[in-house]
Structures are given as C-alpha cells and as structure tokens.
Design a protein. Structure first.
Length: 283
C-alpha cells in the first residue's frame, strides 16, 4: 500500500509512519503538509500521515486549517512519537562558530535556549522539514561550511552528515502526535481506547454559544481531551473549534448522543473528522 507523509526521507513523520504501519508500505514523501492533503484528495495516495500537535509548540496550524476545509477527508489513526533533536553538519565544526542553523520552525523553536547558549551567532533559517534542512546542509547548500541543521539521526545517515550534538531540545519531555488521513473512516469498534475528533462552527455568534456545545458532553460525562479555536478567515472574531473526545462515536453511546444532539439542535455546524484508535494501537 502506498502511504504519503511529510518528507523528504529522514523526517520525524517518516519515523512515525514506520512506527504505525511497519515497513510493508511504499512510502511516498511530499514536501509540505498541504501537498499531503492534496495527494489524498486527488487520489495519488490512499492515505497520508501528517503532524497535528506537539507537546511544546502546540498545534500544527496547516494541518488544522486543511482538516477544517470540509472536503471529506477523515482521520483513520494516530501515533505519538517521542522527539529527539540533534545538531547535524556536513563536517565537524564548533557549534559556537556556526553562522546559520536550518530546520523546520517547530524544531528550532524547541531548541532555542540551547541555540542561544551554544551557537549564539547563528541565524535561524526555516525549511519545510527537518530532513530537508539536513539534506541542504549535506549537499553543500550552505556553501561556506558554516551551517548546521537540526534533524534526526536517520537524516544524518541518509545525507552523509556528522552529528555535532545530540538531544538538544530545551525540554526532554517532547512528543509529536501524527494523524493518518484517508477518504474513508475506520470502524472504531471492539476493545481498546478510541478518540473522536470533530470541528464545530457556531451557527451564530451569541452569548453562551461555546458553553452550549460543551454542556452536551458534560451532561453525558464525556471527557474532552483537546479544545482549540482557529479563525475562520472570514473576519475578526469568527472562529471554529477543534474538539478531541475520549471514546468512539461507533461504540460509545454517550459520545454518539452528544454529537447527535449538537446536530439536531443546531447548536453548531458539526463535522466529524473520525473515530480512531488512540496512539495507533489496534482497535
């Protein structure tokens, strides 16, 4: 089976994909999160794995905005990967003499304290992914050899680079959650833990509108594991809400009942993104 992911090879997303599905898949890398979504929509791949949130930097807004597009894509699974950042260069160099450090903005943000103290003169350069940063450095795209990248050990091996420092993140309790996208939902029944993700848009702006949404879950003792707002991009003060729910709409009656109540009472415009196994464990 062909499965897309945020590439190129050597990203944390590739590690998460192998962790979730094993090596019996054909990995298809894409340069951006948007390209991953587009590939699934257009049928280039049946599924794709993308990051959705990090314990330090929070949500990946590109992923949330694409999920909010309402074009029928569903979340079919998830995996949580511990993140370890490493400083990587084409050759051995003193980090204090670095002039540039390349990586994905989330990675450099998670290492900013270490970078300030160890590579204080380096300019931060954003790339599409951590692996892309290592590739650029490994191929000599920095020209003068005074650049390094933040990336994975696998990327360092793939692109023939040296690891200058390991585990450089400011916080070591660092994990990223990835979600598997597809056009069809999975049947979330049977033993095991499940999560349901929905998007809620308010029918109209009125006092207590968000409270009315949350009460449908509270009165049924349904636990919410995540609540986040994103702008609708139609004007200031206009938001949609992403909600992660403990349990499965297919298996757990209180979850199904709460979502149905929101739909029937027109409290909110609800899009169900899917019910799926927690952490990628089999359902």
């Amino acid at each position: 089976m062909r499965v897309g992911y945020l590439g190129p090879p050597g990203t944390f997303c590739e590690e998460a994909l192998l962790s979730l599905l094993g090596r019996d898949v054909e990995e298809v890398p894409f340069p951006t999160v948007v390209d991953c979504f587009r590939a699934v929509r257009e049928g280039d791949v049946p599924e794709a794995l993308v990051p959705i949130e990090n314990t330090i930097e929070g949500s990946v807004n590109q992923t949330l905005d694409q999920l909010a597009a309402g074009d029928g894509l569903r979340i079919r699974g998830e995996v949580v990967l511990p993140i370890r950042h490493h400083l990587i260069a084409r050759r051995r160099i003193d980090p204090a003499s670095l002039e540039r450090v390349l990586s994905h903005p989330h990675a450099t943000a998670q290492c900013q304290g270490w970078l300030r103290s160890t590579a204080p003169h380096a300019t931060i350069v954003a790339t599409n992914s951590t692996a892309d940063a290592v590739r650029i450095v490994g191929e000599g795209g920095d020209d003068d050899g005074h650049s390094a990248a933040i990336g994975t050990l696998r990327a360092a091996e793939l692109y023939g680079c040296e690891v200058l420092a390991t585990d450089i993140a400011d916080t070591h309790d660092n994990s990223t959650r990835f979600v598997l996208l597809g056009t069809e939902p999975v049947e979330a029944v049977g033993p095991g833990r499940f999560r349901t993700s929905i998007v809620c848009g308010l029918e109209r702006d009125r006092p207590g509108a968000l409270l009315a949404i949350l009460q449908e879950f509270a009165m049924r003792a349904v636990n919410l594991t995540r609540l986040e707002s994103r702008p609708t991009k139609t004007g200031l003060g206009s938001y949609i809400f992403f909600i992660d729910i403990e349990g499965s709409r297919d298996r757990d009656l209180p979850v199904a009942s709460a979502i149905q109540a929101l739909e029937d009472q027109r409290v909110a415009d609800v899009t169900v993104l899917g019910s799926y196994p927690v952490g990628g464990a089999p359902g």
